[in-house]
Design a protein around this ligand. Sequence first.
Ligand code: ZN
Length: 250
Amino acid sequence: MRIIVLGCLWLSGWGGFKGVAAEPPAPIPINANLELTPLTPDTLLVTSYTEVEGWGRIGSNGVLLVHEDAGFLIDTPMEEETTRQLLDYLESEMQIWLVGFLAQHWHRDSMGGLTVIQERSIPNYASNRTRSIARERGLPIPEIGFEDETALPFANRLLHIRFFGPAHTSDGVVVWIPQDRLLVGGCTLKSNAARNLGNLADADPEAYPLTLQKLWDAFGESAALVVPGHGLAGGPEIIRHNLQMAQQLP
Ligand SMILES: [Zn+2]
């Protein structure tokens, strides 16, 4: 029921990401640390906010794909509690139950809430790179692995998941959904507003520009909507902006 409301908001609030209207849809607040923003009629941006020492209040993105009462979540909020609140809200207010979850990399802004996903017996996926880093670091391990490229079915869509090379971390994958021409970049991509590539503690500065060049070659022409790990979604210029920032890394 609720998703119909969201769909209408999208239709009336935003002519679409293909460039008709200037204004993106307004976020729908769930609580002080969590909001949902319609991206397409059946895709929502999940933004969660967490106080991170040394960085302040950080907003992190996940993406929720919806089909009828089923949802597929890409990346959790950083906190277990916020992840629990998100799932509770989806179930009780929107009648959406997750049938799958993908962690795009091993940092907590991708899988900090993995335990909550696993408690609810939701099939949870990550690349074998991410799973082995999680194992080495004593983090919860996503249960279902895949090699550097795979495709997961969700309802009438296929999620094309691919590792293009090291960048923000050595394991970050992106998700491409052809029907929506939607690229979910995760923390491999920062927003157009970002002035730098943020947390480089686990980054590979040498490979970073090469990986982003491959992303640009793959999606620069075809992507209509690009979702970064933090900040606002945009178009393929996000990839180019990140490539320019990566080329300036020391
Ligand atoms: Zn991040």
